[in-house]
Design a protein around this ligand. Sequence first.
Ligand SMILES: [Zn+2]
Length: 216
Amino acid sequence: MVVDLSEQIPRPRQFLFAASVIHTPHNMNKILEAHYIKNYPKIFRDMYGDKTKTCMAWGCSCGDGWFFLLDTLCKRIQKHIDRRAELIAKGYAQEDEKDPIPQVVFAQVKEKFGALRIYYDGGDDYISAMVCMVEDLSHDICENCGQFNEEVGRVEKGWIQSLCPSCCKEYGKKIVQRKEIIALWRKVRKSRKNPIRSWQGIDELTPVKKTKKEKK
Ligand SMILES: [Zn+2]
């Protein structure tokens, strides 16, 4: 059969552009993935499985920076499922807890539009809400190094990612900041006597004394 090349659809422009940009590593380190398999074997049942059957065949398709976030989520999910099974087995389950929760099995873990995205089977409304929360939180955590503060922002250069300033510098990207919310956060941080203690709500809001330069 002769293929008429003039009828072939050209490669999309954005694909060519994305391919020319250097990205942060986009697959989680195998040592970190081994931790998941060891501690949450039911959730990661399909990790490195058959490529024709599961997207988990490639492992977690995101940077190492979201390791702790994902770890906390899996810990909570498995605890929730096991606790329900225990209550049922011991006969302590309340009226609305009579049914066991279907085991959560991850079908795909990846980065999408600068955030963590998880597709899975099983679970209940409680788990669904936790997954949603974690996906949103990932916006404020550098996907590459795990830094979590107001400096982390989304970058737009071929591929949207959530990165900290130093990772941006390393990979030649630019942060598109959420100016209003960051300005608010910095204002409060500056007004505290001790920014670290302010996390615990110990210090009262205290105006910072102006320096001689600022007074002028
Ligand atoms: Zn970083």
